[in-house]
Design a protein around this ligand. Structure first.
Ligand code: ARG
Length: 462
């Protein structure tokens, strides 16, 4: 983890700010472990020039308009990135996005489709509620047409690994306000979540559904934590250390007592090690307190079948533990993102791990570190100023363009979590980056939202 460094001079945040004059520009490509080999930054003269200026279009325009353009530039009339106004905060990032990606001819992502049916579970009495848009209200779910399979699908769609409990509750046994409405599943269509819910004034069965999904995303000790860099026990109860013997190799996140998710490249790098040498430690803050015999033995390593060691695409692996972890105040599961849940760019999320605390050090940190990072748009991250197209749709970027804070070697496989109300969701798995906390090179993460079905199906089957 490369935390916020006080006194580190902030560097120009984006290409949009660049004007004539000397610029900080790094040409050295990262080592192959840090950056997918297949997608090195441009190294030709033209490529560098393009990156530096953030606008291949400018190159073309200059070529065509030669003296005229230069003249305009000198007069301050050139309508390129250098002329754009600075906008503070995230908006400035947005400006950068546009100028870089426009130069690359990339298109904006289509807006995500709005859902018509949403579910939620009342945290007090575990009653299931459904919202069927365009109706605004939340309707209690009638028992008719209910099936355990539907419960599993609803828990999964809410980002839980499984269903733990479901039952019918008599309407006569509970107090409801008189305007409460209900929804009933159309008979014969029980397998579908969308479009088959009909609003009702009452339930013919006189029963509604109560549902509990596996617990996740809570920090029982959070109220005791005071600010600062040193992480207190229980702050990130899902943080795991994936170790060979007692030697920390990578981070991981607890999804269930038997399941930990990490990065596929961690497993790939040490694929010649014996399965029985792998251990998972949870509920740990300081590494010096590791007791090898207390680690959970890994029973199975399941890398994503499409993982590519060339470009780190599909960089996730599941570890099945031989004996379940004991959940407590300091060990617990993180939630997955809900289906179709979008964490927008600019969201403040957290990354944690025992990795290097600066890129020149070669040792893991003894104590768990964390830092807040901002989600960045893929459009920005894939622009010529940043990773120049190296991100696949299974990746996302988080951090800062001025290199303020980042994950680093040894943090791989660990969690990038974002708060969603009172629930923490695993949005990314630490995967790669050029250097650590380098300007213009934020951290790249495996995008968990792309792996929901694979994670849930795999943990279900085994
Ligand atoms: N690949 C690294 C590891 O194995 C993680 C690199 C993350 N780098 C970054 N700049 N965010 O630990």
């Amino acid at each position: 983890m490369s935390p916020m460094l006080d006194g580190q001079a902030p560097m120009e945040a984006g290409c949009a700010e660049e004007g004539p004059g000397p610029r900080i520009f790094r040409t050295e490509p990262g080592d192959s472990l840090q950056r997918p080999e297949a997608q090195q930054p441009p190294t030709s003269w033209a490529g560098r020039w393009c990156s530096r200026r953030c606008s291949c279009a400018v190159l073309g325009a200059l070529g065509l308009l030669a003296g005229v353009s230069v003249g305009f530039w000198l007069l301050g009339l050139y309508p390129g990135p250098a002329a754009s106004q600075l906008i503070p905060g995230t908006l400035q990032d947005e400006k950068t996005t546009l100028s870089c990606s426009e130069a690359n001819g990339k298109e904006a992502l289509p807006p995500s489709l709005s859902r018509t049916v949403s579910f939620r579970i009342n945290t007090e009495d575990f009653l299931l509620e459904v919202q069927v848009r365009p109706l605004p209200g939340w309707l209690l779910v009638c028992r008719e047409g209910w099936s355990p399979a539907l419960g599993v699908r609803i828990c999964r769609s809410l980002g839980h690994l499984r269903l733990t409990h479901h039952k019918g509750v008599n309407l006569s046994d509970i107090k409801l306000n008189s305007s409460q409405e209900f929804a009933q599943l159309s008979p014969g269509l029980g397998g579908l979540l969308e479009g088959v819910w009909q609003p009702r004034d009452n339930c013919t069965s006189g029963q509604i559904v109560s549902l509990k999904c596996s617990e996740c995303g809570a920090r029982p000790l959070a109220s005791r934590i005071v600010g600062g860099q040193a992480v207190a026990p229980g702050r990130w109860p899902w943080q795991a250390s994936v170790a060979l013997g007692s030697r920390h190799m990578c981070g991981g996140s607890v999804l269930a007592p038997h399941w930990v998710v990490t990065a596929a490249h961690c497993m790939h790098s040490f694929r010649l090690s014996r399965l029985s040498s792998w251990q998972v430690h949870a509920g740990l803050v300081s590494h010096s307190t590791i007791r090898p015999h207390e680690g959970a033995v890994v029973e199975r390593i399941i890398p994503h079948p499409l993982y590519s060691a060339q470009n780190h695409d599909y960089d996730v692996a599941l570890l099945r533990l031989r004996t379940p972890l004991n959940f407590s105040d300091t060990v617990g599961a993180v939630c997955l993102p809900a289906k179709e849940q979008d964490f927008p760019r600019g969201s403040q999320c957290w990354v944690s791990g025992w990795g290097h605390t600066d890129s020149t050090r070669t040792h893991s940190s003894d104590s768990l570190q964390d830092t807040v990072v901002q989600l960045l748009s893929t459009q920005l991250c894939n622009s010529s100023c940043v990773y120049n197209g190296a991100l696949t749709p299974r990746m996302l970027c988080a951090g800062y363009l001025d290199g303020r804070a980042d994950a680093c070697q040894g943090d791989s496989g660990g969690p990038l979590v974002c708060p969603d109300g009172g629930t923490w969701r695993l949005v990314g798995v630490v995967s790669w980056g050029q250097g650590c906390a380098e300007p213009q090179h934020p951290g790249v993460y495996a995008k968990v939202a792309e792996f929901l079905d694979w994670i849930q199906d795999t943990a279900w089957v085994h």
